[in-house]
Design a protein around this ligand. Structure first.
Ligand SMILES: [Zn+2]
Length: 379
């Protein structure tokens, strides 16, 4: 089959690779749609973010299969011991696979697993025609969810984790910094969750218009400065809260300026926009050696939180992925409007990475999606 192979930083190709083998507990999925994540694009470019060192070590030994944890597909085959899925089922999968055997896993705290695997990184992922994952990682896609939406549900799970981590209480003010895909998902989750006033800042008029459509009460153009030279976002949130600041700030705009992101300035801004004793959830992925304005956080007693990834779990009977898919199926959250770029054929993975690596330059909101197989209908 054909799959994405990283030959060196900045050199991703689509090569012929061996077909994946299906073990007794595995599910083989024919990929319908896949999108490179922004984090994957940063790693391809050689950015020094988490996992960079491991990737550099692997590349020193030769080309590596790389990427593909945001996808959906149709079950093509199942292992002997698989009972819950059969060929033809529409599915997606969680990206973080816990080991199931370590002390944390044995004590029902798999979020602290010491040996997690990551689809598309420590094991081959779905930037390919086919992918194999263990049955426990598979998540069924409910009726009414398009392939476009199903392939884009992993970032929504991330937005749900951020909201849960902030423990947004009824009526609290939530400010979202950044109106990219994570910001626009955070706005929708806050609106459907406990938040009172939902505010969002951004620089792109079309994205800010979407934020307004998604129910944001206060939409702030982050360009320029306020009347007295202050930051326009800080001025707007102080004005809206009687000078107090936001209870919760969800920071989604930071990251490498090379990818059209705001560096670390928005983390500093987040600390200033939060009320005393407020919470900042850092969703963006900063470089490992980034300076953090800890003095400002300490002085204002603002907590800095980081959401975990993966399906996680807050309920023993349901996963965050399944919840995210239900929100999409019920049209509570609109994921599809965020998908601006659709490409066709496994060969176009390289082009999708190129677009996603600089979404601002291409007018993209969500990562560019690649149609690998035939899309399913809606029912
Ligand atoms: Zn474990």
């Amino acid at each position: 089959m054909r799959a994405a192979v990283l030959h060196g930083f900045g050199d991703l190709r689509v090569d012929e690779v061996p077909d994946p083998q299906v073990g007794p507990d595995d599910v083989l999925i024919d990929v319908t749609r896949v999108q490179p994540s922004v984090t994957e694009c940063m790693l391809v470019a050689g950015a020094r973010i988490a996992l960079h060192r491991r990737l550099a070590e692997a590349l020193a030994a030769g080309p590596v299969r790389f990427g593909g944890h945001e996808f959906c597909g149709v079950v093509g085959a199942v292992g002997d011991r698989v009972r819950r899925y059969r060929p033809g089922d529409r599915v997606t999968a969680v990206e973080t696979l816990t080991c199931g055997h370590c002390v944390a896993c044995r004590h029902d705290r798999s979020d602290a697993c010491v040996r997690p695997e990551f689809v598309g990184f420590t094991r081959p992922g779905a930037l390919a025609e086919r992918v194999v994952v263990p049955e426990r990682a598979v998540v069924p896609v409910p009726a009414g969810v398009s392939a476009t939406a199903a392939a884009a549900v992993q970032p929504l799970a991330g937005a749900l984790h951020a909201h849960a981590l902030a423990s947004v209480a009824p009526g609290e003010t939530v400010l979202v910094l950044g109106a990219g895909v994570m910001g626009l998902l955070a706005v929708q989750v806050a609106r459907r969750g406990n938040a009172g006033l939902v505010a969002v800042s951004g620089r792109n008029p079309a994205k800010l218009a979407l934020a307004r459509r998604f129910g944001a009460d206060l939409v702030v153009d982050a360009t320029g400065t306020g009347a007295d030279g202050t930051d326009p976002v800080l001025a707007a949130i102080l004005d809206a809260t009687g000078g107090v600041g936001a209870d919760v700030v969800i920071e989604t705009a930071g990251g490498s300026p090379r990818l059209g992101l705001s560096g670390v300035a928005t983390l500093d801004l987040a600390a200033r926009c939060a009320r005393r004793g407020g919470r900042v959830v850092g969703v963006s992925v900063p470089p490992e050696d980034v300076p953090v304005p800890l003095g400002l956080f300490r002085e204002r007693a603002v907590s800095l939180l980081h959401p975990r990834s993966g399906a996680g779990g807050y309920s023993p009977s349901g996963s965050v992925f399944a919840h995210a898919l239900r929100l999409v199926a019920r049209a509570d959250v609109d994921v599809e409007s965020l998908v601006t770029h659709h490409l066709t054929g496994v060969e176009s993975i390289v082009e999708a990475v190129r677009i996603t690596s600089d979404k601002a330059a291409h007018g993209a909101i969500n990562p560019a999606q690649v149609r690998v197989g035939v899309d399913w209908g809606r029912s």
